[in-house]
Design a protein around this ligand. Sequence first.
Ligand code: ARG
Ligand code: ZN
Length: 877
Amino acid sequence: QVFTLADYKPTDFILERIDLTFELHPLETKVTARSLFHRRPGAATDAPLILDGDELVMTSLLLDGIELARDRYEETGRHLVIDGLPEEIAFEITVETMLAPANNTQLMGLYRSNGVYCTQCEAEGFRRITYAYDRPDALGVYTVHIIADKATCPVMLSNGNCIGKAGYGEGKHFASWFDPHPKPSYLFALVAGDLGVVEDTFTTMSGREVALKIYVEHGKEPRAAYAMDALKRSMHWDEEVFGREYDLDIFMIVAVSDFNMGAMENKGLNIFNDKYVLADPETATDADFANIEAIIAHEYFHNWTGNRITCRDWFQLCLKEGLTVYRDHEFSADQRSRAVKRITEVRHLKSEQFPEDAGPLAHPVRPTRYKEINNFYTSTVYEKGSEVTRMIATILGRETFKQGMDLYFERHDGKAATIEDFVKCFEDVSERDLGQFSRWYHQAGTPLVSVSTEYDADQQEFSVSLEQIVPPTPGQARKEPMHIPLKFGLILPNGNEAELDGVTGGDVTEDVLHLTERSQTFTFTNIPARPVLSLNRGFSAPINVDYTLTTEDLTQIAVHDRDLFARWQALNSLALPELTGAVKALRKGDAPTFNPAFIAALLAAAADEDLEPAFRAQALALPSESDLAREIGANNDPDANLVARLSLLNAIGLTGRKIFANLFETMSSSAPFKPDAASAGKRALRNTALTYLSFADNDPTLARETFDKADNMTDLSHALTVLAHHYPDSAETAEALEAFAKRFEGNPLVLDKWFAIQATTPGPDALDRVKSLMESPRFNAGNPNRVRALIGTFAFSNLSGFARADGAGFAFLADQVLDIDTRNPQLASRLLTSMRSWRMLEPQRAEYAKRALAKIDSSASLSVDVRDIAERMLQDA
Ligand code: ARG
Ligand code: ZN
């Protein structure tokens, strides 16, 4: 079945309130749902009530407390259809269902994780609990009663405020929760189990005290301290920057160990993958701390962008996700180094979203059709959606953007809205027509902007010619020109920025050039000398740029640009041709050679003490193998890409040996661990230096010493990675791996790192390594984090190992996907997206990839999730 945006229709009935009673039991949970409805004014008087359901066992159905006659309703498998309902008065439907949460391996609806009852309802999990209007535009007021064993479930939680708790017969007790804010079913949540809690309070800007509680497994309480701190900072920031105050007396977070995604913003009761809650220096890396801060903020920010204002339908997913990612990006930028944060965002966007947008799974930020909505929780909806929001802020300017947000909160509070509603708010406050801009929501594909420049010394004029192409994507052969806001600057030979005097040929507002035509030439007057154009500063638009600058010009940007992001971007642009050149040489059978001027520029940045260490570490992290593959575009040989990259790392390591030895010393610290950005930056630079030194020396001793001395997980896991990736067969590595596993045997999140490090050791042996790790008693095929750590990391991040020349990696993934699909379709379909770039491979590998996909596609018993991905991946192939 295909769902389309054009088919949207409001429900025939309006849900007012819903009362849920759960009598919890691992195999026989009884759910009683009493809902009050009335017919929507204007709806047909004979329209039946059609509620959604999925794999439900209904044991009773009442209308206004009286059992409904068998001929008044029908269960179709996906729906409950009730006829003959009142025309004008409200009525109450009571549905009783029986669930077996312990057997729910899909992790959608009510399930058990490590003995804890929990729920995941977004997008369509509520229909696995009871028959309901399981769609985001049906907002109701929820009251929830939970009855459970006192012994196994001392903690019983749901949305809103607790309104009562007492004993309930032999060995049992109950708790009742009331949420005054009307909400759609996807924001419902329930948790019950034996959990520890960390408590704090937050006083809101209007002086209300909010109780904050983070629930974790017993014994893990100390590892929730950082998450609590991040939560308080998030609450404060949303007040300061967006004027948003929290709206209940209590805010709860629960960490569970089995979770399909990162986390979920259920009203007042966020449920998290414990990977994004638990952290301490011994077990979490700096990246883990940064992720926790970002995701805690993200889910909290959803309280306004998602919960108070929700989506009319799932086509509008980016309304809450793109906007909330933008908000969490801004939060992290304010908490950390803005430039470095922007660099990591763009790296992520390019390595995840750009490949998606360039392959068979490409879709618009606001799609118009889907078969399975779970397959649209993508980096296009999230990350590109965030970039689109960022562009609105760039075009309108900070102040007007803020006014638009205020209007959005005011106009749509308590409602289910659309992207058009959102954009309209910004049009109204700015009096700008954002019609052309809105194509960013509707046209898929990463625009390519080609740039050429010309300086006329006599006229003192500098002209910039731009041409945009939006490539064809599935279902969208032809595209209209986009409004692309490009931050820019003109850097004069002396390193200063040229003053902008006059411009013709297009719209320029302050430091933003607005490209709106297919091709357009902007001419700047009164430019005293030939400048270097620094374009797309801060990555103001999510595009590819084709702009051939000389090494001298790029170096000018790398050294002088006042925008740090642009300096990083210039170094990156210098690195790419080195890598593609090396690939060409290798595939001809020649040895690669590198431009000493590039290596010199990179080393100059590495040694530049005016630059913050985190920035220098980012500069030294070359474009990834996947960046390189995209740059090459077609006919990729991942082995050649790997060797090219290793050769360049090696050349940099040898030339810069002294600099790296020096950095390794000066960036070390004897102070106690602190997770702040500045300290993390030093660790990052020191660890980068360790990587380059191990390339230069080809000796595991230093990595092994670092491993033995490390007093935090960042350094420890990095040293282990260097050992495992560079010296996979050395005794030092084998010992270190064993020591690491023994030390962290009882800590699943750390063992996940142990699996991931080994899954990314490059080369053709990787597959056998992964297969033998799956046989290890430490592997656990039922836990999504563990599956992602081993199989997911292998398929997404080990390009040479996964795309092995004989196709064995693809065949392996196909078998895994088919197996996992029988238990957890969402996990399976997500793993399968690791093949999204298969068409960029050389013909032989591509053929093997296609066969693996065809094998999946020909299986008779696929989930809708996996079938949808496999079909799209094979379309027109
Ligand atoms: N709304 C959640 C977040 O981004 C993601 C939940 C997605 N879950 C799913 N099963 N599709 O914060
Ligand atoms: Zn979200």
